[in-house]
Design a protein around this ligand. Structure first.
Ligand SMILES: [Zn+2]
Length: 378
């Protein structure tokens, strides 16, 4: 089988014993994916068991959970409960804790502060930044919350009142206020606009600023909004924004591909009532590959690059593998996903390239829709 080692950027051939008899010539094996931006819900929503299965089916073996869980990840009791629930799973979990709470990153288990899922303004941001550990990286959900609007201005949609500049202004505010408070490392989450991409250049003069983009922001523009599943934060941009994001990935301006997997088991059909977010971790690789059409680029930005941001050292040993069929075309069926979130904007979409199997520590744990080793349920 053809194997790609993203750490050494090297291809080689090796015979790999697969769990079933299939023609391996067309398949590719590589290092399993890392997601810097995943949401678990708890208390009836997505839990660590359903999320682990969804992640593995998507080829991911390491996730960073965002802090807007129920209850929020901002004190030690909640963190201990998360660790207990994540124990025994095949996926390795890390946590980003609320910038506005009482937990501190340790660089291993807790890898960052995050503003994701919290309403904050310049006052609360400056206050939190003045009190927190300066060496940690800040994951920023860049939004000026006092300006409402579920879609960007310019989209012919109900609630299209958010200025397109909202995201860029919020990025500038977080990074420059953070620098003023002694911070050096920032990671901008889910870029959605051309203006935000252009702003990176400016901010990179002042700090080490990395960033990510999601499958949905690369695949859809606001013209594709069909139902409330497309209510996503930040909103989908224009076609010009989408093209700018794709170019920025190809040019290396955007460091990382991340999912922002945001499952909701029931999402009201009314746009105003519906919560933000889409489930996507199971088809994220396929979306990235369909849009970017460059396997090495997609794998690098789902493995080596996110690990760099987490400051975690890994190397390719072949014990952990994800097997991909790059030629397979398939249509997403949201009803058959492992996630508890059935809110999926990719439902019915035809994609190219599919995760077939996952091996962990030398054992096959997943192959083509089946789990081969039993994990501990939540
Ligand atoms: Zn998020």
């Amino acid at each position: 089988m053809k194997i790609y080692d993203p750490f050494r950027k090297r291809w080689f051939e090796e015979e790999i014993k697969l769990p079933i008899n299939v023609r391996a010539e067309a398949l590719i094996a590589t290092f399993p994916f890392v997601d810097l931006h995943t949401h678990v819900r708890l208390n009836g929503g997505e839990d660590y068991f359903s999320l682990s299965r969804a992640a593995i089916a998507g080829g991911f073996l390491r996730l960073v959970i965002q802090p807007n869980t129920s209850p929020p990840l901002d004190d030690v009791d909640v963190l201990q409960e998360h660790e207990r629930l994540a124990r025994g799973k095949d996926v390795r979990y890390h946590w980003a804790v609320s910038l506005f709470g009482n937990l501190e990153p340790d660089g291993k288990k807790v890898v960052a502060y995050s503003t994701d899922g919290f309403r904050y303004d310049h006052v609360s941001l400056d206050d939190a930044l003045s009190r927190k550990r300066k060496k940690a990286v800040i994951f920023d959900h860049s939004q000026v919350h006092e300006l409402e609007g579920i879609f960007y201005k310019g989209a012919s949609l109900l609630g299209a009142s958010r200025p397109i500049s909202n995201e860029a202004i919020a990025m500038v505010r977080t990074v420059l206020t953070g620098v003023e408070n002694g911070f050096e490392r920032f990671h901008i989450q889910h870029l959605s606009t051309k203006l935000a991409v252009e702003t990176l250049d400016y901010l990179r003069k002042y700090a080490y600023v990395t960033c990510e983009v999601t499958p949905h922001h690369l695949f859809f523009s606001w013209q594709d909004v069909k139902n409330a599943d497309f209510k996503i934060n930040p909103p989908l941009g224009s076609e010009e924004d989408r093209r700018a994001l794709i170019s920025a990935v190809k040019d290396g301006i955007i460091n990382v591909l991340a999912t922002d997997h945001a499952p909701h088991s029931e999402k009201p059909s009314d746009f105003m009532e519906a919560p933000f977010g889409t489930s996507n971790i199971e088809m994220a690789f396929s979306v990235f590959y369909t849009v970017l059409e460059d396997l090495e680029l997609v794998v690098d930005k789902l493995t080596v690059e996110p690990l760099k941001i987490l400051n975690l050292q890994e190397k390719f040993t072949g014990q952990d593998l994800v097997v991909i069929d790059p030629e397979m075309e398939w249509i997403v069926d949201a009803g058959s996903l492992f996630t508890k979130g059935k809110n999926c904007v990719f439902n019915g979409v035809k994609l190219k390239g599919k995760v077939l199997g996952v091996r962990k520590s030398g054992k096959w744990i997943y192959w083509d829709g089946e789990f081969l080793e039993s994990e501990v349920p939540a």
